[in-house]
Design a protein around this ligand. Structure first.
Ligand SMILES: [Cu+2]
Length: 89
């Protein structure tokens, strides 16, 4: 069976957990669930991973990320006030 990994991130006045780890080369999905109506956390985007998506309250949103290269990758809220990190290794 092909290995996959899913990482759950809660959006509640920031990202919880703020840093997650993904295994390099394994197809990976970030699953965001926003539970707090606070400001611009209704959008999450990442230049590192090349995505931007809205996060409707109390709904899960999934984003597939590229784990082909090792490193620390960043995503943030719509106004770049809150940051989360994915360590690929
Ligand atoms: Cu923000």
């Amino acid at each position: 069976m092909k290995e996959i990994q899913n990482i759950n991130i809660t959006v509640d006045g920031g990202y919880e957990p703020e840093t997650v780890t993904a295994k390099q080369g394994v197809p990976t999905t970030l699953t965001f669930t926003r539970t707090n109506t606070q400001g611009c956390l209704d959008v999450v985007h990442s230049k590192d991973f090349n995505f931007e998506t809205e996060l409707p309250i109390d709904q899960t949103q999934t984003v597939d990320i590229d784990t082909s290269k090792p490193g620390t990758f960043t995503y943030s809220c719509g106004m770049d006030m809150f940051f989360g990190h994915v360590e690929v290794k």
